[in-house]
Structures are given as structure tokens and as C-alpha cells.
Design a protein. Structure first.
Length: 93
């Protein structure tokens, strides 16, 4: 359970969405940006890295809305305007 966020959604029977950010650079910075985003009941939790792929669990959004928000967060940074990256719903959902 995440401190300060109440009951873990998995305990409530809610399936959390997973997204994957694929990028050759700035993975640590992207992880920091997304994991520090907690607004309006939406949060990202870093799960794992596999090569160029960073997987996050998203609470509070579903499907393309989660993908769009992650892209907006990354593009809002100075490096995000020029960085090659992609965000997609994780196929293992």
C-alpha cells in the first residue's frame, strides 16, 4: 500500500492500468517526472525497466487518457520537446 493514498486499489478489486514508455534517453528523468505526478486522484508508480522500456502502473485513468497524460507530462519538460519517445498501454494488461 502506498503511504498517504488510502486503501490499495488492488485490495478494492480494481485492476490498475499499465503503460510503457519507450525511450533511448532520459529514462531516469521521465521516471522521476511521472512518479512525482499526483493530482486529481491520478498517479504513476514505476514497476520495472527492460532495456529501453519503462513500465508504470497508472491509478485514476484508463486507456488512452493515461497515455495522453504521460505524453503531456514528458513534453512539458525542456528535453521532452525534442526527445524521441513513445507511450502505449502495456500489452500485459
Amino acid at each position: 500500500m502506498n503511504a498517504g493514498r488510502g486503501v490499495c486499489p488492488a485490495q478494492k478489486g480494481v485492476k490498475l492500468l499499465k503503460i510503457t514508455v519507450s525511450t533511448p534517453m532520459k529514462g531516469k528523468e521521465i521516471t522521476e517526472i511521472l512518479t512525482n505526478y499526483v493530482r486529481g486522484g491520478v498517479s504513476f508508480t514505476f514497476l520495472r525497466r527492460s532495456g529501453l522500456h519503462y513500465t508504470f502502473e497508472v491509478e485514476g485513468l484508463e486507456g488512452e487518457a493515461a497515455v495522453t497524460l504521460a505524453k503531456e507530462c514528458i513534453r512539458a519538460t525542456e528535453f521532452g520537446k525534442v526527445l524521441y519517445f513513445s507511450v502505449a498501454v502495456d500489452a500485459t494488461n
